[in-house]
Design a protein around this ligand. Structure first.
Ligand code: ATP
Ligand code: MG
Length: 218
């Protein structure tokens, strides 16, 4: 990776539905920041292409995210994908937009291993992984495939350390076991729908927001 050694800012991107944001997302973002990134940007999507549509509106999901990160200056909510909410959120297009706006930044897309296992179904995925670094964080219950196109890409793109990833402008992949937090938005939605408390799995501010706006009730 020495041919494209990077000396400018390194920014990590965490895309998701955040329906709602939970402590699994937030602790992941902070752990990633502490690896040596200058910033972690959380990008809520408007119309996710590969999954059922979110239950909460873009406005609610954005408000819950903003409440959750306001105390951490290194974590930033980026509304790049929800400025045109009628359009499907393709990460490749988002990345191209960001690269045009900030040409000196080296971007790393952060993915839980559940999302990473489906990366080869993404719009223009091969160009995407050539244009950015990818950081795969293990998520309880999911691992990457051991054969096929994703496995082959990982074999040739995987670097030996996080320092190598931070030194690269694009095309590198690194897989990391951070900490296993078995929390998902699906479970939070189910708990609220069934009248069970999701307290301590989500920030207090998100809990009160869900209550105030009667979200995720049947
Ligand atoms: P849902 O259950 O609705 O799919 P989710 O909890 O998976 O929600 P997403 O918004 O789909 O949250 O995830 C956004 C990103 O965060 C994905 O890359 C996902 O892999 C990652 N992620 C979410 N929760 C965790 C977790 N507990 N540990 C590691 N990565 C996570
Ligand atoms: Mg998910």
């Amino acid at each position: 990776m020495s041919a494209n050694k990077h000396s400018g800012p390194s920014v990590a991107l965490l895309g998701g539905t955040f329906d709602p944001v939970h402590n699994g997302h937030l602790r992941l973002a902070l752990d990633v920041l502490n690896l040596g990134f200058d910033e972690v940007r959380l990008i809520p999507n408007a119309v996710p292409p590969h999954r059922p549509q979110p239950q909460a509106t873009v406005e609610h999901r954005l408000a819950m995210l903003q409440r959750s990160v306001e105390a951490e200056s290194g974590l930033v909510v980026d509304d790049v994908e929800i400025r045109s909410p009628e359009v499907t959120s393709y990460s490749y297009q988002t990345l191209m937009q960001l690269k045009k706006l900030f040409p000196n930044i080296a971007w790393t897309w952060v993915l839980g291993s559940d999302a990473a296992a489906g990366l080869d179904k993404w719009h223009r995925w091969e160009e995407f992984v050539r244009s950015i670094n990818v950081l795969v964080i293990s998520r309880p219950g999911y691992c990457m495939p051991r054969s096929g196109p994703l496995h082959e890409w990982q074999q040739q793109a995987e670097v030996a350390s996080i320092e190598d990833l931070l030194a690269s402008t694009s095309g590198a992949c690194y897989s990391l076991d951070l900490r296993d937090l078995a929390i998902s938005s699906t479970e939070i939605r189910q708990m609220v729908a069934e009248g069970r408390s999701p307290r301590y799995l989500i920030p207090e501010g998100v809990l009160s927001y869900i209550g105030e706006h009667q979200l995720y009730r049947p």
